[in-house]
Design a protein around this ligand. Structure first.
Ligand code: GAP
Length: 514
């Protein structure tokens, strides 16, 4: 299936099965804003629980906070967001469509990477086990040509980004002959900077109102509470503060469904370390965070690291963890070494001393920070995209299923009476009730058993049990496994153990620690 088709199917699947709806849909929607439906919210909550537990249960020295969305406006001046939280935008004069200049160039670089990868894949298939990739890369003319082209553009791009050179960004777009995907022309405007923060007024009258911002990242709520948590929690460096919450960005080029939204949710952790120790912790958290993603079992090869071409104004090292979405490898998490930038800035702008006294060193200092920052919505999309499958069955029927990790699935168990009569419905309801306090379980008696199985497959329910006449006589049920569709006859008494073993969040958490 072409990737574009797959992506369209995923979007409509999310809507049809109550995962994600366009916001304000009856009013024709609101650009790049989405609502999560009955199954979506369960999956989202499970993702957040997985992340939260992996931070606060697995690490004695990571504590949580929940800071307000509104913050003193000077915070955003101090953090650099008022002056530097910009995207470089360019318009196509014919289609009147607006693009991020950096994204246009990144897409061009990715297309060259894909070309090279395809050449290598073809050659590997042609030469079989004797294929030497390094040799092929250094001798094949087409690969060398594309690699040189890529390296040259990449070098110019990185320099232009770091210098904030907008003219050069435009020149790269012109020189590489990037065309507008809509009009097909290369008729571009100048590249301009655009600030991404939303603002609003706080206060009741024009005279006493303040311009406040909707936070574009949750991190600042952590920085300004650094001393509160450190002192009240008697925390010793190194320690971390974790937070989950909404963030807002006026994304101009908002495409790709929930990948780039104007209102989204972040899970961020700031890890405060001794100055000079930051690279060791940066490497440690890079590994832990990749483990967290891989533990979900969507496939190790679907993740990769990508070092930043341009470091944000606060960072001295930064890497993204990317996931292979249907539209290519894309960032889902960033790990940043933020130096002492934020704490120092808040000290400067607030006039309050924000330092830590290190009893072992016997000195005060401003801690350095390693940040892990991940978007809930992007993890959500990675799970849906990575688990979506269409299968043709033996009877030539087909099924669509989501192979969501059982620990994160919105519903863990569906209880299905074979027929509605002979007391089967009543017995099925009793069995469903047995799990009320343990995990999310739904009861369904409508339609044929086959249709009911399909509905559960489509939302990723790992287990279905069928209650039939035999159940009434010997207290056994049929349990069906989502991925294999195999069915076993088991005692009702054993259900709790069988299901818990697969849906317990501990399974994922243990893998993170491996
Ligand atoms: N505090 C650092 C920070 O905010 P970022 O790379 O701008 O860094 C971190 O964002 C993560 O937040 C991204 O990796 C992504 O998962 C998520 N994110 C950022 N912008 C987003 C958007 N417009 N829609 C959905 N998720 C977004």
């Amino acid at each position: 299936m072409a990737n574009e088709d797959l992506f369209k199917k995923i979007i409509s699947h999310c809507k049809e099965y109550g995962f994600v709806f366009p916001s304000s849909e009856i009013y024709d929607g609101l650009g790049a804003v989405y609502d999560y439906g009955q199954n979506g919210v369960e999956l989202k909550n499970n993702i957040k629980r997985y992340w939260w537990d992996s931070m606060t249960l697995l690490n004695d020295n990571v504590a949580g906070v929940d800071a307000a969305i509104f913050m003193h406006p000077t915070i955003w001046k101090a953090s650099g967001h008022v002056d530097a939280f910009n995207d470089p935008l360019v318009d196509n004069k014919d289609s009147k469509k607006r693009y991020r200049a950096d994204v246009l160039i990144e897409d061009y670089l990715n297309a060259l990477d894909d070309k090279i990868a395809k050449e290598i894949e073809k050659a590997a298939a042609r030469y079989g086990s004797g294929f030497d990739e390094n040799m092929f890369r250094s001798t094949n003319e087409r690969v060398i040509e594309n690699q040189n082209k890529r390296n040259a553009v990449h070098a110019r791009f990185a320099e232009a980004l770091n210098d904030g050179n907008l003219e050069e960004l435009r020149q790269i777009i012109v020189d590489t002959e990037i065309a507008c995907p809509v009009s097909g022309t290369r008729n571009w405007t100048e590249v301009r900077q655009f600030n991404l923060m939303f603002s609003t007024e706080m206060g009741s009258t024009m005279d006493d109102s303040w311009k406040v911002y909707l936070r574009p990242e949750t991190a600042q709520g952590i920085f300004v509470n650094f001393l509160n948590v450190q002192k009240t929690g008697r925390m010793k460096i190194p320690f971390g503060i974790a937070q989950i919450g909404k963030a807002f960005r006026n994304e101009i080029v908002a495409r790709q469904f929930i990948f780039r939204m104007r209102e989204f949710e972040q899970m961020e952790m700031q890890y405060f370390v001794r100055p000079g120790d930051e690279m060791r912790w940066y490497d440690t958290w890079k590994k832990i965070r990749l483990n967290w993603h891989r533990a979900m079992g969507l496939g190790d090869s679907k993740y990769r690291y990508h070092d930043h071409d341009k470091l944000a104004h606060y960072a001295n090292a930064a890497v993204d963890i990317e996931f292979e979405m249907p539209f290519g490898f894309k960032e889902i998490e960033g790990i940043h070494s933020r130096t002492d930038f934020d704490l120092s800035q808040h000290e400067k702008y607030s006039g309050k001393k924000i330092q830590y006294f290190d009893p072992e060193l016997g000195q005060h200092y401003t801690p350095y920070v390693i940040e892990t920052s991940i978007g809930v919505d992007r993890v959500f999309l990675s799970i849906i995209a990575g688990s979506y499958a269409e299968e043709t069955l033996e009877n030539n029927e087909s099924r669509v299923l989501l192979r969501i990790p059982p620990e994160l699935a919105p519903v863990k168990l569906a209880v299905l009476p074979l027929v509605k009569k002979d007391g089967l419905s009543e017995r099925a309801r009793e069995i469903a009730d047995m799990f009320r306090f343990d995990f999310r379980c739904i009861y369904d008696e409508k339609d044929s058993i086959g249709k009911r199985y399909r509905r559960q497959d489509a939302i990723g329910t790992p287990f279905c049990i069928t209650i039939d006449h035999e159940t009434l006589s010997n207290s056994t049920v049929t349990i069906r496994h989502r991925d294999t569709m195999t069915q076993d006859r088991v005692a009702i008494d054993s259900l709790h153990e069988i299901i818990s073993a697969k849906v317990d969040m501990k399974n994922l958490l243990k893998k993170v620690m491996e």
